[in-house]
Design a protein around this ligand. Structure first.
Ligand code: MOS
Length: 751
């Protein structure tokens, strides 16, 4: 059977989400919604100081409150084994090196809002009430939470970074380190991004149930096998004895990439009360129960010729991390590859603070770094009186400037061209404050977007049944991009079966091991595995037929054959063939299956693999009140081969919405006296709602990539976030003449 398929029944069409109906009717079951007999309820008690130790805990009143089954603190919790490096599979998902928070293991307080106890009771209300009765006496030290105040203590990331590509080395110098001082024109500015929290709809939640020594966890996670492994290590039990189930996720944006304390605490509590325990972290507790986009300060200095050709780039990024782990992200990485410059210096530093360990959030690293880089490039364009789009075109990199490798594919110039055309960039006048509509100043800004293309080892199974249906399976998560649907689409195409006959199954640790659901890599990783598993299952069917004297395909070889609509036939005699069902039935089989572990090859050594795009944004700023509205967005990117036109477009839209949140609204404010966040609710932490979002036009430019993975599909979940904040800041400058270098761009900064 030829690997190149002649029929494409599924890929590239606009396919409805298979889980859409379940989600809007409440039929989709999220972690906390599973019905478990004999359930009890856990409520966490969090530290109210930001630094120090617990002197004493009085649990007496809580224990005697009605319905309370247990109060667990570091004094009576079992001693568990927290691994030094719980995440072992790949760079992208191992941002933090160090020992993960040893929850309820000792009296140390690392940050405000750290769990110090869990109260378990018969009802949620009883547990909530009893949690208020736990009295903790602390020995308090002054928390250290300001990155700026600690800048002198910034240090290069030490552990586990820079080992493998892409790497996050502390210092990289390309070309002449003195180039900046020789440049004809220089821009040298500092950009600041506050802490942001993912704030997904679904709260972190776990239901933990032991049956003897075996543990079942209904847990919200972006990486089912990793939660399984982590919990198994912590409890010192075999991985097979931990069953993790997570069929649906109500948004995550990175917040559930790694297991935080709650599944461990829930499992610990369930073991102690000998009943299943449900633990749902509250919205307020979410602000300290998972990581956040780290606070960053970035200096970007650009040197250029008078014609706007970059001759020097200096990007120094400093990010906050926790006391006990080093969290790193691609803060300065995009700077090394996005624009052609012979000389480039990047520096990456961390500063410790009394905060939860940060974690990837919505296009982590690139999003923050490109805000600084593309703001600075815009500043340079004005300085040189060059159109901001033109300066980007002049600095387009034909090959990866960092390593000289060819791109696996790149259609950035086409994105610029088509984006500008759709947006009407040519109507823009260069001078700030030169475009108006009555009282409103109008600003048009743009920025470049890029995101690296990852592919992680993943496994999948394909099973073809004799009733003419098939299922594709992997333990992947789907936090909303449409993995349920995409797996089915990829399966249907690879099996050459009608879409309606193929199902997908995911989100269960008994299914083949999937890679992390993050880094825009699920289609590349899990999708490739599904594709290969389907081809392997098909090959098994063919072998059965080819070796069977009763089959019309007897004696044929793969090269002579093609498949369509669940039937294998000779390319040059389509009438000679038989269906998958015919083959299975004749052999008395109900089904045939293949499980495949799929891995990237050496393509990363031959090609530089990234997605590229551009965002064009129009803002209107009330000249008297400073009120800022985004009125138009055009976001365009090259996504390789598009698996599902409908969900792919939704991802681009989602990226823009998230980017607008970052640009205009999102900020978690730290009270440095207490080391405590002051706006830990959705009333005070603003995320965009429908009324904030203008017409968003998104589209893909045609792009073919034969190298990135077997599907030729690029990850598109994150690239559409990346340029948005810079494009807004650039549009705001065009409208008002004010350059805002500290996100978010709120109206107080425009007055
Ligand atoms: Mo994402 S920030 O890779 O979940």
């Amino acid at each position: 059977m030829s690997q190149e398929m002649t029929v494409r029944p599924a890929i590239g069409k606009a396919v409805e989400r298979v889980d859409g109906r379940l989600k809007v009717t409440g039929g989709a079951r999220y972690a906390a919604e599973f019905k478990v007999a004999g359930i009890t309820y856990g409520v966490l008690v969090m530290s109210t100081i930001g630094n120090g130790r617990i002197r004493s805990i009085d649990t007496g009143a809580a224990l005697s409150a009605s319905g309370v089954l247990a109060v667990i603190t570091h004094l009576n919790a079992p001693r568990l084994s927290f691994p030094e490096r719980p995440h072992t599979v790949d760079d992208y998902v191992a941002p933090a090196f160090g020992r993960s928070l040893p929850v309820l293991q000792d009296d140390t307080i690392y940050f405000n809002g750290q769990p110090v106890a869990i109260v378990v009771a018969e009802t949620l209300e009883q547990a909530e009430y009893a949690a208020t009765l736990v009295r903790v006496v602390y020995e308090e030290r002054k928390p250290v939470t300001s990155l700026e105040a600690e800048m002198a203590r910034a240090f290069p990331p030490q552990e586990g970074v820079g080992e493998k590509p892409p790497g996050r080395p502390a210092d990289v110098v390309r070309g002449d380190p003195q180039a900046l001082s020789k440049a004809e024109a220089v821009v040298d500015e500092t950009y600041t991004i506050p802490i942001e929290h993912h704030n997904p709809m679904e709260l972190l939640s776990t239901i933990a149930e032991w049956s003897g020594d075996k543990l079942t966890l209904h847990d919200k996670t972006q990486w089912v096998p990793n939660t399984q492994m982590h919990v198994a290590i912590v409890f010192g039990i075999p991985e097979e004895d931990v069953h993790v189930i997570c069929p649906f996720i109500g948004g995550a944006f990175g917040s559930s990439l790694r297991p935080w304390s709650h599944p461990v605490v829930a499992a610990m509590a369930a073991r102690m009360v000998r009943r299943p325990v449900k633990l749902v972290v509250t919205r307020k507790q979410m602000f300290s129960s998972h990581g956040h986009r780290p606070y960053t300060v970035q200096r970007v200095a650009l040197g250029a010729t008078r014609k706007g050709q970059l001759t020097a780039i200096v990007h120094e990024g400093t990010a906050q991390t926790s006391l006990y782990e080093e969290n790193t992200e691609n803060l300065v990485n995009a700077t090394r590859m996005l624009y052609a410059s012979p000389n480039c210096i990047t520096k990456y530093r961390l500063v410790r603070g009394n905060v939860q360990t940060p974690l990837y959030m919505r296009a982590p690293g690139e999003c923050s770094g490109v805000f600084a880089l593309d703001s600075a490039l815009d500043e340079l364009a004005y300085k040189l009186k060059i159109d901001p789009l033109e300066i980007r075109i002049r600095n387009h990199a034909a090959a990866d400037p960092e390593n000289g490798l060819p791109w696996s594919s790149k259609s950035l110039l086409e994105c610029y061209r088509r984006g500008a055309e759709t947006f009407g960039w040519s109507r823009r006048t260069m001078e700030p404050r030169s475009m108006r509509d009555g009282r409103n100043l109008i600003g048009l800004g743009m920025a470049t977007a890029t995101y690296p293309m990852y592919r992680f080892p993943s496994s999948a199974r394909a099973r073809i049944f004799s009733d003419g249906t098939a299922v594709v399976q992997s333990s992947a998560s789907d936090m909303g991009p449409g993995t349920w649907t995409t797996m089915k689409v990829i399966g249907a195409e690879a099996l050459a079966m009608d879409l309606s006959r193929v199902r997908s199954e995911l989100g269960d640790s008994t299914l083949p091991k999937a890679a992390v659901h993050g880094g825009s890599a699920t289609t590349a990783s899990v999708g490739s595995a599904v594709h290969e598993a389907c081809l392997a299952a098909r090959a098994k069917l063919l072998a059965l037929a080819s070796n069977d004297g009763r089959s019309p395909l007897h004696g044929t070889s793969a090269e002579q054959l093609d498949v369509a609509d669940g039937r294998i036939f000779l390319k040059n005699d389509r009438a000679r063939g038989e269906t998958y069902n015919d083959i299975l039935r004749r052999h008395g089989l109900d089904s045939i299956e293949a499980t495949v572990e799929s891995k990237p090859g050496d393509e990363r050594e031959k090609f530089s693999m990234h997605a590229f795009g551009a965002q064009f944004i129009e803002v209107r700023v009330d000249s008297e009140l400073g009120v800022l509205r985004v009125s138009r967005v055009v976001s365009v990117c090259g996504g390789g081969r598009i698996m599902n036109e409908k969900t792919a477009r939704s991802q681009l839209i989602g990226g823009v919405v998230g980017g607008l949140g970052m640009a205009l609204m999102e900020e978690t404010v730290m009270d440095h006296r207490m080391g405590r966040f002051v706006n830990s609710s959705l009333a005070e932490y603003h995320v965009p709602v429908n009324a904030d979002i203008p017409a968003i036009e998104t589209f893909f430019v045609e792009e073919r990539d034969d190298h990135v993975n077997p599907l030729g599909a690029k990850g598109i979940g994150e690239v559409s976030y990346v340029g948005v904040a810079a494009a807004v800041a650039n549009a705001v400058f065009h409208a008002t003449g004010k350059r805002v270098r500290r996100l978010p761009i709120t109206l107080d900064k425009l007055l």
